[in-house]
Write a protein that binds this ligand. Structure first.
Ligand SMILES: NC(=O)c1ccc[n+]([C@@H]2O[C@H](COP(=O)([O-])OP(=O)(O)OC[C@H]3O[C@@H](n4cnc5c(N)ncnc54)[C@H](OP(=O)(O)O)[C@@H]3O)[C@@H](O)[C@H]2O)c1
Length: 240
């Protein structure tokens, strides 16, 4: 009996301090992936159009998720395809800034991206392996560039990047990117929670998948929360 109580107490404490335990123990940020999918688990159409998969109420909740995170992590590809602002817009008249981290190995993000606007008001951190004129220009503009070596697959080492992010005192991260990056994070055990907004839209087999080669139901997940935003179903899962 006593042992059971200790177990319960341990569990409760763990839940209360999950960010602390996960990030301090792993020395990596507690990482939440926010993803909006169609019923058939696509995140974009074949031509990469991806706006408005989820409804306005879901998107509003997405802003709340941003507001309770310390930084947003995205990819150059998502910046190129969507040109997102990645700001917090909880009220119509107020736009708040949050640090943004971009995985941009080849420094593809256009200098005119919306993400680079109002740079004096926010922190932009770019991970890349390229040291060139563009990296100089991005630094001049006010971006922090973190140069990394490529691994043998000619990719950036995401585990090292996450450790670096943690060392920058960012211990709670919201990922907003596409399925290719999400799949890489899952394969490297770098995802702690999935915040899924599933809409009634069906995109079809040519759409871009949420996870490459897998369905969400094939992951080892525990349900934290489930609610409806009008027609969209929101589920928060813990990744085990
Ligand atoms: N529905 C949603 O919730 C949602 C959210 C965000 C974005 N989107 C949409 O998703 C689409 C893009 O998705 P996607 O799956 O094609 O792309 P993605 O996952 O956003 O980005 C993939 C790219 O990230 C880079 N990358 C990933 N791992 C890397 C590593 N280890 N080292 C270096 N670079 C790495 C590579 O870029 P390089 O090409 O530079 O090598 C790769 O091509 C867009 O249409 C976007 O609008 C949807």
């Amino acid at each position: 009996m006593w042992i059971v109580n200790v177990g319960l107490e341990k569990n409760r404490t763990y839940n209360l301090n999950k960010f602390f335990f996960k990030s301090v123990l792993k020395k990596k940020p507690f990482t939440k992936v926010k993803i909006a999918t169609s019923t058939d688990e696509k995140i974009a159409w074949h031509d990469y159009k991806s706006k408005w998969i989820s409804n306005k109420s879901s998107r509003q909740y997405g802003h709340k998720l941003r507001s309770i995170s310390q930084a947003i992590l995205t990819t150059s590809k998502t910046v190129l395809k969507d040109d997102p602002r990645l700001t917090i817009r909880l009220k119509k008249t107020l736009e708040q800034h949050i640090p943004i981290i971009i995985i941009d190995n080849n420094l593809k993000i256009p200098m005119k991206s919306k993400i680079l606007k109002d740079i004096s008001k926010k922190r932009i951190i770019i991970f890349t392996s390229k040291k060139n004129k563009k990296s100089e220009n991005l630094i001049k503009l006010g971006c922090e560039i973190i140069f990394c070596k490529l691994n043998k697959n000619k990719k950036l080492n995401l585990k090292n990047i996450f450790s670096k992010i943690y060392s920058l005192k960012i211990s709670e991260l919201l990922v907003e990117a596409g399925g290719i990056f999400f799949t890489e994070l899952l394969n490297k055990n770098l995802v702690d929670e999935i915040h899924l907004f599933k809409s009634k839209i069906i995109i079809g087999k040519h759409g871009k998948p949420a996870i490459v080669g897998k369905k969400l139901s094939q992951l080892n997940l525990s349900l934290n929360e489930r609610k409806k935003f009008k027609d969209d179903i929101y589920t928060n899962y813990q990744v085990n």
